[in-house]
Ligand binder design. Structure first.
Ligand code: HEM
Length: 393
């Protein structure tokens, strides 16, 4: 009985000791400090308040210890170095400052964003990428694909109502098609590589495994970096080539108000390009194109004179990612209508020629202008009398 009593006392003493130890670790102390407060009359005053601090902060010299001092009391703890690094103190590096302006600093300085804990800008960027851009961007793209799929299932391809006449009209010159397809091929390389780099870890990584996925994304990153400048240059050519016929005309309003007849059936008449194509041209090619290309050139470090700090790349990346997702969403619609969504459209961009019936049904005002001799029916000069397509308007 006595033995049991002493054992119980010993155990409770031990437990108290353990509790005391853990309390020592978590212990806090209330200390008086001066705080700046804003009084009701707007004046800024200094006032004594009590602040709760972890005990560690009260250790004399703790926050100002050098790494050598700290390693004496806690060998292996190099917190002082990281505190300095986080505070923006630079070390030395043999890399040229012009090429690596932040090479002397291991991590970006700590910052405190409103409502968030102390973090580095790099971590904040990672959070924005992983918690906002990737899920919402991926959801938007999926939504557009599903919407197009449902639309196609319900409506099918937009058919040609009249019979083909066999008479051809030149819709795109050789130069226009070369510019368009160069740009389109670069776009597809960029879109596929971009999608796999951003979203591949969710749908491809589990299937092909880490090693193959690593090599694939490495190869695609290089393909992306090379296709980018090709896309940029061909986009400027496409913009200049199609600018004139994408200028707004008064008939565009009617086309837009009727939604292009996509849902009501009858397609409103239009000039060479309809209002939908003009929206893609100004919104996708010009506006988003400008943002995507300029942010992409920053990411490729191709803008001369710019200082490529980490923050430069983080901001450029976020802008690039948002704009490219919007651009892909927009061009998915363009690609759909340019392939399976509309009979005869793809043939026009492939061969350069469309049937008269196609021109009359989809771009009636353009057809009328050709018939009236306002615009030439044939702009490409055939290389020989038998070469090229017969023009019979
Ligand atoms: C990748 C697949 C693509 C396909 C299959 C495709 C298909 C087509 C087709 C069939 C046309 C002719 C439409 C008509 O006759 O009115 C066309 C026109 C056009 N495409 Fe594409 N395209 C693609 C990508 C792109 C890209 C990436 C861009 C630019 C970023 C682009 C810009 C244009 C422009 C500017 C026109 C002239 C009509 C307009 O101004 O909207 N296309 N495309």
């Amino acid at each position: 009985m006595k033995k049991a009593f002493y054992s119980a006392v010993l155990l409770s003493l031990l437990a108290t000791g353990v509790l005391a130890q853990s309390k020592a670790v978590d212990a806090t102390t209330v200390v008086p400090v001066k705080a700046t407060v804003v009084a009701s009359d707007g004046a800024i005053k200094s006032q004594n308040i009590m602040e709760v601090r972890p005990d560690a902060d009260l250790t004399p010299g703790y926050a100002t210890q050098t790494n050598a001092e700290r390693s004496k009391v806690q060998p292996g703890n190099n917190a002082p170095i990281w505190r300095q690094v986080g505070a923006g103190v630079n070390g030395t590096s043999t890399l040229p400052v012009s090429e690596a302006p932040e090479a002397g600093n291991l991590i970006q300085p700590f910052v405190q964003y409103p409502g968030s804990r102390l973090t580095t800008a790099g971590e904040a960027w990672r959070q924005v990428r992983n918690n906002w851009i990737i899920p919402y961007g991926g959801a938007l793209l999926l939504l557009v694909v599903v919407a197009i799929g449902l639309f196609f299932k319900a409506k099918g391809s937009i058919p040609l109502h009249g019979a083909e006449t066999g008479k051809k009209i030149e819709r795109f010159t050789y130069f226009e098609r070369a510019a368009h397809w160069t740009n389109a091929i670069a776009f597809v390389i960029l879109a596929v590589s971009g999608i796999i780099m951003a979203f591949g870890k969710f749908f491809l990584h589990p299937i092909i495994g880490a090693t193959l996925f690593g090599w694939l994304t490495y190869a695609l990153k290089n393909a992306h970096n090379f296709a980018g400048p090709v896309f940029a240059v061909s986009l400027i050519v496409v913009f200049a080539t199609f600018l004139k016929d994408n200028l707004p005309k008064k008939e565009d309003l009617n086309w837009l108000l009727k939604g292009g007849g996509l849902f009501a059936g009858h397609e409103p008449t239009s000039h060479r390009f309809n209002a939908g194509e003009k929206v893609v041209f100004w919104g996708g090619v010009f506006f988003l194109g400008l943002i995507v290309v300029s942010s992409g050139l920053v990411l490729d470090k191709l803008v001369p004179g710019l200082i490529y700090e980490r923050s430069t790349m983080q901001v450029a990346h976020m802008i690039h990612a948002v704009a490219t997702v919007l651009m892909m969403a927009m061009f998915l619609g363009h690609i759909y209508l340019g392939t399976i969504g509309m009979d005869g459209a793809y043939k026009g961009m492939k061969t350069g020629y469309v049937d008269e019936t196609w021109a009359k049904e989809h771009h009636g005002l353009w057809y009328d202008d050709i018939k009236n001799g306002k615009i030439p029916a044939q702009r490409t000069v055939p290389q020989s009398p038998t070469a090229g397509h017969p023009v019979q308007v």
